[in-house]
Every structure is written in structure tokens, then in C-alpha cells.
Design a protein around this ligand. Sequence first.
Ligand code: CTP
Length: 453
Amino acid sequence: MDSLKHKRIILGVTGSIAAIKSPAIARELNGLGASVYCVLTESAEQFVTRAEMAEATGEAVIASIFAQPGTAVRQQAGTPAPHKEQTWHVHLARSADAMLIAPCSASAIGMLRAGIYDNAVLLAAASLPKGTPLVLAPAMDEDMWLQPAVQENLAWLKSHGVLVIEPVVGALASGLTGMGRMPEPKEIVREFQDVMARSPRLPREGRETLPLQNMRVLITGGPTYEPIDAVRFIGNRSSGKMGAALARQAKKMGAEVTLVLGPAIPFPLLETEGVTVVSVETAEEMKQAVLKELPRVDIVIMSAAVADFMPEAQADKKLKKRDIADQFGRATLRLKRTPDILAAIGRLKRAGQIVVGFALEKGKGSEQYALGKMKEKKLDMIVLNDIAEEGAGFGYDTNKITIFTNDGNRESLPLMSKEACATVILQTVATRISRERSVESGELQFHHTKAKP
Ligand code: CTP
């Protein structure tokens, strides 16, 4: 692997006990031919010293916003300083090929999201030119990791092109075992290469600014109503909020968006935000609208709760009780299957189109069921909606999802707003597309497919 040969990497270290692993990360990067420039926060210095980082990198270490030449602990003879006084962060950031913050604390994540850059690491990150990858390796205790603020901040950062090396389950500094442990240095560096290769950010020349720029996205949302007669129907409680959130976020990420929406609650602002809304009522109408758009789109996301059955016959007037009840006062409604829109898309899709399905399941066995559905309907991705969770599913503003991709990845997310869920789903799609395009154009020399635990 020589993907890091001659690359200049800024290694930011923030205040987490996992900082004791940072010298080993620097050595791994060095070993692959990269030059490493370390920036420390004051809190990081509680766990690792400037001298250790200078020793590991062979370069001067910066540990203060107001870095002075004297700050350099060790400068190798003949190596030009990677920074100049006062504006060191600008020069360092502009000269770098990428920045890795490992470990990245919960506070650093929050400050990056809020645009508060009041330590040396954040200042360097803020000074990276657009197109220079920023990769975070969060490390913290499980309860901190599960904080909605941390999850939402990360989702927001991801939607703005920041790359994340996910923590793993393991022994934590607190003595507890759980999610939040930073992977081991070798794994961090392997993933760093991997996420850099998958980065939706383009090289500096000719880069696009948004992850879904120039893409056409078709989203379905809401329920379908299957008429029984002129006034009655079979429907479900889907509010359409997940579809609307996906449409809004896809638009913000630069896509041209069409939302095919069943009879949900109205979303009057969507059209003013630039989303084309096509209103439909039945599964058959939804199928027609979807198939019309299908040939021209790059991405299809079927979040609609399509009715699986419709009455075999529909009366065009209001049915009278006396006309349908038998002598015991019972009435029978015969149903037939609605068209399976997603299965039809799976059959018709062209190479390069990404199709995402949704599965609404409850409790045990739901993952196997979702995986089966992804295979059977030839999907690229399936989003499992766990309705066993309080606050998830129909009508709520929050959701609890797990994303499975057909290359074996699995990402389980905590309860988050539907907007944040939409961002992560779309970011996963954008990453997938950019990776496929890089492979096609021969840009990638390697890539790993990672099965997450
Ligand atoms: N879907 C569809 N057309 C239908 C029914 C569902 O395109 N007629 C889509 C939904 O939009 C969703 C996925 O298929 O993306 C859900 O799959 P489905 O097999 O319908 O799930 P369930 O209805 O939960 O299936 P089951 O009753 O078998 O559990």
C-alpha cells in the first residue's frame, strides 16, 4: 500500500484517554510513507506529551493557538517548519493532504459543528481548504457517545463532508465495557486510508461542493389509500415525515429532488425549498409516477408505506349497509395484492442506479427479515425502522434506524430526528456512488469492504 507515500497528514489530538494511542498512530502513518504534523489541545497534554509526539512524528509539535518558534520541541535539521508564526494554522492546513483527529472528543465534535475554533486542533481543522479531507476518530464513554447532541452533531458534520471512523464496542477508560472505544492504531490507519479513498470530496481541482450535486433523486413518502367505495378506503398511519425529511436533506445536499407523496399531512414549504412534489393516492398511482421518473434518476428511496392489499373491486358510489351485509349483519371485503413498486424498480433499474428500500419491523428477527427483503428485491440498501423503540416510526419526529448495504455494511443509529436520519442515509448513498465512480474511473488502487460488528 503506498497510498500515503509523500502525503502530508495533520494529526490532531484532543482530550480523551485514547490519546495514549496517538504516538502509535503517528508511527503507523510514518511507516506508510506519510509526513505527520501533530497538533495537540491542552487537554490532550494530560494524556500524551509534546515530546512523545515529536519523537513519534520526527516533526515539531504545535500545542497552542499562539504557537511561537520556541514551541517546537524538536525540529529535524534541514526540515522547514510546517508553520509560520501567528498564521501557522493557515500554512499548515493549506500544505496538508488530509487531517485526522484521533482521538476526537465529544466536545471537539460539538465545537466543530458549532464553528467554535478556540484551540490549536480546531483552528487547524477550520483552516483546511474545501476538498481537503477531515477525518474524525471519536473516542468517549458509551453514554457520551449516545448523547443525542453528539449523534446529531456527527450526522451534521457528515452531511458537510466530514469523514468519521466509527468507534467500536470494547473496554472503556471508565472501566465499563461498551460503545465508544477508539479502534487500535493499525485499524485507525487502515480505516483512514479506506475513508479517504471513499471520500465524496473530489480532488482540489474541479471539485464539487455538495455531496449530491448534479444527482437526481426520487423519493416516495407517506401512506397510500386504496378505495373501497366513493368515501371509504384502506390506509395506514404513515405521516410522510420521513419522506419529507429525505427530500429536504437531499435538496440541501445539492440534488434535484422529486417526492412522490401519498395522502400524508401537507408539507407546504417543500416546494418553496425547490422539491418537486407529485401527489398520488393509491399504490397503482404511486407506481405510475415512480416508473415515469425512474429512467432519469440516479437514486430511488422508497420510504412510502405502500398498502400491500387493495379491495378487489371499488364501488363508485357510497355502499349502503343493507346492500353489503348478510343475514347475520356481517360484510366481507375481498382484497388483492397491490403492485410491489420496489420489486418492479429492482427489475427495471439500470447499472449505476442506487435503490434504497425501507422495512418496518418490530423486535426479534427483524434484521434477518430486512436483509432477506434487500436480497429478494435486489436493493442496494435497506433502512430498518425499529418500531419497537419508543419515539420511532409513524407520526413521530424521531426515528431509530439501522442501515444495511448489499456489500455487507451495517450501521445502527440511536434514536435521532428524522432529519438527522435522512442525512445519514443520503450520506451513505453519496459515499457509495462516489466510491463506485472512483472504481469505474480507475482512481482507486484498493478498497476494503468492511463488515461492521
Ligand atoms: N413497497 C412497495 N410496494 C408495495 C409495498 C411496499 O414498493 N406494494 C416498498 C415500501 O415502500 C418499502 C418496502 O417495499 O420500501 C417494504 O417492503 P414490504 O415487503 O412491503 O414490507 P412489509 O409490508 O412490511 O412486508 P411484510 O408484510 O411481508 O412484512
